[in-house]
Design a protein around this ligand. Structure first.
Ligand code: AMP
Ligand code: MG
Length: 346
């Protein structure tokens, strides 16, 4: 999971305005709380079901659930299950928990449907290209050798579950769930919030968003997609309306590095082992849950424009691409995205 703030991308801005009573029925005012997780922050805004609602108790459950997730999946923690798996020798059976198993299953689903564009076995490549944790002391000054890239190549097929709760690798591969775990964290927050009887809420971690019901102004939640700008945050490019939805964005405009005069993305093409040469500026995806939206958004950073659109249509995904274009930008969307954009215009 991502620790460096530069890596985090606040590409989605909750736009819903003032809190307070809306409509003619007396409703509870919206509340909000936030906390630190995964190198960034989570936010929850919600309408409590009763005036005596204990938001502090709900936040404690959210924090405990996120802590359990990080203890399993954080590559930044030396004592996490994923770090133990990554450091384990080939052939050694390692324990994993239900969150880990779920991430593997969802990752495999997106891996297959994206023809390998999404691959959580990019761990060694991510480190080789200087995006791992701990952060390299020196920025890369030379490109990695071809042999090193070959040695770090992806091998999703080399990971097998010998039994429930157990995982083994048949080649020295390393897992990295950074491209899906933040989204999954948002799904878990939403689960906790729902379990507390809340029907209207928006929650996000670093720009990956889940919504349900209405926002404080009465209608669906309005979520802004940020305009690409390497320095200025918060300029809205477009908006989507979401009542019960999951939306995630992957972006490149604040997270790249330059070596030998060339610019490199933090998104790795699993097939070549190289950073994607000219990825979109950002890709936003609406999917049935935030984990899937997050994984797909990363996959669409790898797929080229034509293949990306074809894969989005085939998998019936709502996708919004922003591309660099002659010093400006241009956008594109799949057919399923159009209704969300149209709704936001009214
Ligand atoms: P995201 O911001 O969700 O797009 O996730 C980006 C992070 O996922 C990177 O910083 C890497 O740690 C990891 N990653 C890079 N390329 C891939 C890929 N092709 N498939 C899966 N994870 C990737
Ligand atoms: Mg992602």
């Amino acid at each position: 999971m991502q620790r460096r703030r530069a890596v985090g991308l606040l590409s989605l801005l909750p736009l819903t305005g003032a809190f307070g009573l809306v409509g003619c029925k007396r409703e509870q005012p919206y509340l909000q709380f936030e906390g630190a997780t995964m190198g960034t922050r989570y936010h929850v805004r919600f309408r409590p079901p009763v005036s005596s609602f204990d938001a502090t108790a709900m936040q404690a459950v959210v924090d405990a659930r996120l802590e359990a997730l990080n203890a399993s999946l954080s590559t930044y923690r030396p004592d996490s299950l994923i770090t133990a798996f990554n450091e384990a020798p080939v052939g050694q059976v390692m324990p994993i928990d239900a969150d880990f198993e779920h991430m593997l299953a969802l990752s495999r689903q997106v891996h297959q449907a994206s023809s390998g564009a999404f691959d959580p076995t990019v761990g060694a490549l991510v480190k080789l290209w200087g995006f791992g944790w701990p952060k390299p002391e020196q920025p890369l000054v030379r490109l990695p050798e071809a042999a090193a890239i070959e040695a770090a190549r992806v091998r999703f097929d080399a990971i097998a579950q010998s039994a429930p709760g157990q995982l083994v690798k048949h080649a020295p591969v390393q897992l990295d769930f950074s491209a899906i775990a933040k989204g999954y964290g948002v799904d878990l927050i939403a689960e906790v919030v729902r379990a507390h009887g809340v029907q209207h809420f928006m929650t996000e971690i670093g720009g990956e968003v889940a919504t349900q019901g209405n926002g404080p102004t009465g209608g669906p939640w309005r979520i802004g997609i940020e305009a690409p700008d390497p320095v200025v945050t918060g300029r809205v490019l477009t908006r989507v309306h979401l009542s019960n939805g999951a939306l995630a964005t992957s972006g490149n405009y604040r997270n790249f590095f330059e070596v030998e005069g060339r610019r490199f993305s933090h998104i790795i093409d699993p097939v070549s082992g190289y950073p994607v040469p000219q990825p979109p500026v950002s890709v936003s995806v609406i999917a049935p849950n935030v984990a899937l939206a997050d994984a797909w958004a990363t996959a669409f950073m790898v797929l080229d424009e034509d293949r990306g659109l074809a894969v989005a249509e085939k998998n019936q995904l709502a996708v919004y691409w922003v591309y660099q274009d002659n010093g400006g930008h241009r956008t594109r969307q799949s057919s399923r995205m159009q209704p969300y954009l149209d709704a936001a215009k009214h």
